[in-house]
Design a protein around this ligand. Structure first.
Ligand code: SF4
Ligand code: SF4
Length: 507
């Protein structure tokens, strides 16, 4: 979409124009105001993780992130947008790094892709299952500490938000699924951007010495708009997005620095249809790394849930027997590492890459477009269609823990306060949980998985009609088959009793 084709602001709902909330969000310290409570919460989790109850169900460090954060994040992404990245406490050092002028270098070119994000997501999901992070307050606290150290190190050494854009697994998850969100950054008047000198939305408005910029010359030869840059300026977009050209929420942390930095007040947070960008032509880059991030994340949704149902024990035992791991003298932990690692590598990396390449190849062959489209184009065109089905799997998985432990945060907080001498909120009722009727939760899981599948099929057929015209139905077939296989796997998986895996003993 060129700037000239962006619909003008008057026709669009703009959150930043709302009376109170818009002002708060545009406020210079608006992001900091939500980051500080999140920072305090993160510090509290670390503290309780290291010093509180070793029981996961009675410690804030395990209950808040693994039960509540993950459920709330799905709700926020679907109904609002990337609220976690907006309030992310891990990025607090960014502004400090910029002010200290520590961050000058660009992230190494070879790493400027989503390959690192795929690896970090894989590592987090695997570590979660392998180390039973959900069961260990101390390990979870170490993960949070690791996040702070890593994000500060990246922000201090590199001149862009390299941690957010290329590394952070939480951010990568949010980037992918915020593409369904009903809000997106865009500009109010594209013509203003055409005469804008400083492009502060992306460049920021810092200057060691005051600089006066003149943005346009009026009819009488005098400047129409001037503004001054000073050391008190606002950082530009950390992930290097350019507001007038944005068509997607990919890589947008919703920090709103662009809106604060734009001297013309030209950036808005506009309403749009849920998932609208998924079938919009050219909204996404035709890159393998972006496509495999989205596709692998959908498969990881299945693999991560598979790690929590009983059949995973049988499969790990079978892998151990087939490879003769016990005969090699490995411990149970060693065998679990190899068996679970193989399940994750095959299910979370090899299967999504192999199956999506096969579907793209089949679609090219069936529609006789092998000369027109290379494999990359055929695959990346359909990658956005994996967002809804992936979101459905994650909603089913995280929704299970969220619903079952909905109110567990109450006694855990009471217990924490009691341990620190605060009796105001009474004795904890440890029996307080959430929805206990597994039929209700099962119905919820089936509904979100099927809805995700339906939305993926709908998106894919729109893409297919656009890409293959009259051959659209034929071109859709391989993708529809792949989505259907994923649906069946998801329905089978979520019909299994889900449990937190404990120590595995191998024969
Ligand atoms: S700073 Fe504002 S006016 Fe200038 S290009 Fe960015 S959004 Fe447009
Ligand atoms: S476009 Fe960039 S600066 Fe604007 S909200 Fe998104 S990440 Fe922040």
């Amino acid at each position: 979409m060129t700037p000239a084709s962006i619909p003008q602001a008057a026709t669009r709902f703009d959150v930043l124009r709302l009376p109170l909330i818009g002002r708060l969000l545009r406020w210079r310290w608006g992001r900091l105001a939500v980051q500080i409570p999140m920072f305090a919460l993160a510090a509290l989790l670390v503290y309780d993780g290291f010093t509180g109850s070793p029981l996961a169900s009675q410690n804030l460090a395990t209950v808040a992130p693994w039960v509540h954060y993950r459920g709330l994040i799905i709700i926020a992404l679907f109904f609002v947008g990337n609220l976690f990245c907006m309030a992310c406490p891990f990025t607090l050092p960014r502004t400090l790094g910029k002010r200290l002028s520590l961050s000058k270098r660009r992230f190494p070119r070879v790493l400027r892709s989503k390959a690192v994000a795929i690896a970090s997501l894989f590592a987090l999901f695997f570590a979660y299952e392998w180390l039973d992070l959900w069961a260990s307050p101390a390990l979870t606290a170490w993960v949070i500490v690791g996040y702070f150290v890593a994000s500060f190190a990246f922000e201090a050494f590199f001149g862009e938000s390299a941690f957010c854009k290329y590394v952070c697994p939480l951010g990568s998850f949010n980037f992918v699924y915020s593409t369904v969100s009903p809000l997106q950054i865009s500009v109010r008047d594209a013509s203003v951007c055409q005469t804008c000198v400083g492009k502060e939305c992306v460049n920021g408005s810092y200057s060691p010495q005051p600089v006066v910029l003149i943005d346009s010359i009026g009819v009488n030869g005098a400047p129409d708009i001037t503004h001054t840059h000073t050391p008190q300026g606002i950082p530009g977009c950390g992930t290097l997005l350019f507001a007038p050209q944005m068509q997607s929420n990919l890589d947008c942390t919703l920090c709103l620095d662009c809106a604060r930095a734009c001297p013309h007040g030209n950036v808005g947070l506009f309403g749009r249809g849920i998932g609208a960008e998924l079938s919009r032509p050219k909204a996404w880059p035709a890159r393998y790394d972006v496509a495999f991030l989205v596709i692998a994340l959908a498969f990881m949704g299945l693999v991560n849930a598979f790690g929590m149902v009983p059949p995973v024990y049988d499969l790990m035992q079978r892998i151990s027997d087939t490879l003769g791991l016990r005969a090699l003298g490995l411990t149970d932990m060693g065998i679990e590492t190899i068996a679970l690692g193989l399940i994750f590598v095959v299910g979370g990396l090899i299967a999504p890459i192999g199956l999506s390449l096969a579907a793209a190849g089949a679609a090219r062959a069936l529609t006789r477009t092998t000369k027109r489209d290379n494999l990359r184009v055929a695959l990346t065109t359909f990658a956005p269609a994996f967002v809804p089905i992936g979101l459905g799997f994650w909603a089913a998985h995280y929704g299970f823990h969220f619903l079952i432990g909905l109110f567990s945060i109450v006694p855990v907080t009471q217990g924490f306060l009691l341990d620190h001498g605060i009796t105001l909120f009474g004795q904890p009722n440890w029996a307080l949980g959430g929805i206990t009727d597994l039929t209700v939760i099962g119905a919820f899981q089936a509904i979100v998985v099927i809805a995700g599948y339906g939305a993926s099929l709908w998106t894919a057929q729109k893409i297919a009609l656009r890409a293959y015209k009259r051959q659209g139905f034929t071109g859709l077939l391989p993708w529809a088959l792949l989505f259907t296989l994923m649906l069946l796997a998801g329905l089978w998986l979520f019909s299994q009793p889900m449990e937190m895996r404990g120590t595995v003993l191998f024969d």
